[in-house]
Design a protein around this ligand. Structure first.
Ligand code: GAL
Ligand code: ZN
Length: 646
């Protein structure tokens, strides 16, 4: 079958294959006995077929012998339940047994394959944290204590940082400190937040161990590990700094009408994590997944469309899970590039082949960049803290907040990067802060000076509330931003599920808010919109404040989508931000550029053809056809990649 595979790969234009991701038990079937002849054969076959390899370190799923001999390397849940072998990813990230065994395996892999001509990239582990983002076992408890000691130095400082006088939690000895295991009610929030930081760091340490072996024995070969979009447990800002190339796995739900918007957002995040460098779509499905309750198939053309979308958002490569649909095992009902049945009668195979052939015409895109005038502040620590329990409303969710701000940008083809609050923001015209519940002094200072220096900023409610210890910033909410925003929030009035409140804009336009409302006392800020009726009647709901050389807006409720779109449209226009293209609804337009040359991506997210007005002529790289200024026709789920004027 392997020879047939290579032939089919050539037919589909495949030039990079991820290999060996879950092969540990094959490569090392007994402790210390490495069997690589079979893998050599695959590597050689691929190379002979002109196909390069993204070779896995194979550490993502330990072999059964390891946990049989060392059950202490198995992870434990917060309830103390051990997770056994028999699925995958059953390891405690802090386990010296796991770390040692995986390091030895990577040493074997790296020395054996460093000079293999097929090797193009190293794939460390797989989707770190996907199934086991944190471990609560005794080994992890000890590692957590060491991590805390390094962070706080003394037990007194830990007590202060965690506010342990509340509920009699004061620790007198490091040995008393535990991971936030199952407790009668909420564990200490600062402890939970530190445990999330620790858990992200522990998995990163596993990655680092492998990374160090690879750079030593296989220098010059790029190293990656595949991300999972907005994956909460891992602080990808930290992780991406340790990767040569950012790669991502994207599994849109075809039954989600906003799937296209969500994968665009993920693409922008990946580009931003790589600080603008091109990334690679490491995994997507050719049609269905197997892990939802109902696994809706992609519509004909949708896989191709979403592949182009990744490229439009900055990817230089498009890959899949899985190559050939497996016959046995947990993922045999997951679609593949090559289906169970004959390829000749598979529409999916036809689309895979078409995409592969077309991508070969897109060399001009490789290495090109995306330029954004808008930045969206997004911080993992703030996300973790925001979604801890025991809040005025646990309905405020980080991803939903991001989407509320992203949706109008996506609909209008305005490009945005994601940034950390402490990043240099000077190249942006507009900064959006959908929610920044937790912020340190440095982040607050950076955002404030962005506005002072002439920038425009929009901040959402319940931002600037806690410091990095999860203690309240005192002095009136949101204390770190009160001067910049020209207001104080005197009281929070969260809205019940299903409750909404009228919002009246200064120009007479009306909308509504839900989820949240608050009593804003302005001190310099002007109301852009006010609440209408109820306890907050005529009090400000949305404000604007001229601060230094810039302008800061504040949004004190969750506006309905039309009002949010109207507000942001006014704001970005005033800030001098322009859309990529003003076209028909449902058509996504993006540009990548090389110097002053630009490539325009047009993506039709609708199942019917549409005409898009183009200002410039060019060439459609997808099929080499000339493009004229004027109306350009895109078929159902159609995609075009237009080299503009060159
Ligand atoms: C990813 C994983 C793959 C496969 C895929 C199924 O999470 O990396 O190995 O399980 O999902 O959609
Ligand atoms: Zn553990």
């Amino acid at each position: 079958m392997w020879e047939e595979d290579v032939r089919l790969m050539q037919e589909a234009g495949v030039n990079l294959v991820s290999l060996g991701i879950f092969s540990w038990s094959r490569i090392e079937p007994y402790e210390g006995r490495y069997e690589m002849a079979w893998l050599d054969r695959v590597m050689d076959l691929l190379h002979a077929g002109g196909i390069a390899v993204d070779l896995a370190t194979a550490t993502a799923s330990p072999p059964p012998w390891l946990s049989r001999h060392h059950p202490e390397m198995l992870p434990a849940t917060a309830d103390g339940v051990r997770l056994w072998h028999g699925a995958r990813q059953h390891y405690c990230p802090s386990s010296p047994v796991y770390r040692g065994a995986s390091k030895r395996l990577v040493e074997q892999m790296a020395t054996h394959y460093a000079s293999h001509p097929a090797l193009a990239m190293w794939h460390v582990g797989n989707e770190f944290g996907c199934h086991v983002p944190a471990c609560y076992c005794d080994v992890s408890a000890e590692a957590f204590r060491r991590w805390l000691e390094a962070r706080y130095g003394s037990i007194d400082d830990l007590n202060r940082a965690w506010g342990t006088d509340f509920w009699s939690q004061r620790y007198s000895d490091w040995g008393e400190v535990l991971p936030p295991r199952r407790t009668p009610t909420w564990p200490n929030p600062s402890q939970q937040l530190d445990f999330m930081r620790f858990s992200s760091d522990e998995l990163l340490a596993c990655y680092e161990i492998e990374h160090a072996v690879l750079t030593e024995h296989s220098p010059g070969v790029p190293v990656t590990t595949n991300f999972m979009r907005f994956f909460k447990p891992l602080d990808y800002w930290k992780w991406a700094e340790r990767e040569d190339i950012v790669t991502d796995d994207v599994y849109q739900d075809p039954s989600d009408p906003e799937a296209g918007m969500r994968s665009a957002m993920a693409g922008d995040l990946m580009r931003s994590l790589g600080r603008g460098r091109p990334w690679v779509l490491m995994e997507q499905t050719s049609s269905r997944v197997n892990w939802r309750e109902v696994n809706v198939a992609k519509a004909p053309g949708q896989m191709r469309l979403w592949s182009y979308q990744a490229v439009a958002r900055g990817a230089d490569g498009v890959m899949f899970f899985q190559w050939r649909q497996s016959r046995a095992g947990a993922e045999k009902f997951h679609s593949a590039m090559v289906p169970h049945g004959p390829v000749s009668s598979s529409p999916v195979w036809k689309e895979v082949k078409q995409l592969g052939q077309e991508l070969h015409g897109l060399d001009a895109v490789c290495g090109s960049r995306v330029n954004a005038d808008v930045a969206i502040v997004f911080d993992w620590e703030s996300w973790w803290a925001l979604e801890l329990p025991s809040k005025p409303s646990i309905r405020i969710r980080q991803e939903a907040q991001l989407e509320d701000y992203y949706r109008p940008l996506f609909a209008a083809n305005v490009i945005a990067d994601f940034v950390r609050p402490t990043d240099d923001l000077s190249r942006y015209k507009l900064v959006l802060v959908p929610n920044l519940y937790l912020v340190g002094d440095d982040g607050a200072a950076a955002l404030t000076s962005f506005v002072r220096n002439g920038g425009t900023l929009v901040m959402g409610f319940f931002s600037g509330i806690a410091d990095p210890f999860e203690h309240i910033h005192l002095g009136g909410y949101p204390a770190p931003f009160a001067d910049m925003l020209g207001l104080r929030v005197a009281d929070w009035l969260p809205l019940a599920d299903g409750e909404s409140v009228e919002v009246v804009f200064a120009d007479g336009g009306k909308g509504h808010g839900d989820l949240w409302s608050e009593l804003i006392e302005t001190s310099g800020a002007k109301a852009v919109a006010s609440f209408g009726g109820g306890r907050l009647d005529r009090h400000a709901a949305v404000t604007r404040h001229e601060f230094g050389g810039g302008t800061a807006y504040y949004v004190g409720t969750r506006l309905d989508q039309a009002s949010m779109a109207r507000l942001l449209h006014t704001v970005w226009t005033a800030a001098g931000v322009s859309p990529q293209l003003e076209g028909p609804a449902g058509v996504e337009a993006m540009r990548r550029s090389v110097g002053r040359r630009s490539i325009l991506f047009l993506l039709n997210h609708r199942p019917s053809a549409v005409d898009v007005p183009l200002a410039q002529a060019g060439t459609n790289l997808v099929d080499g056809s000339p493009v004229h200024a004027g109306l350009f026709r895109l078929g159902p789920y159609g995609a075009a990649v237009i080299r503009e004027g060159w």
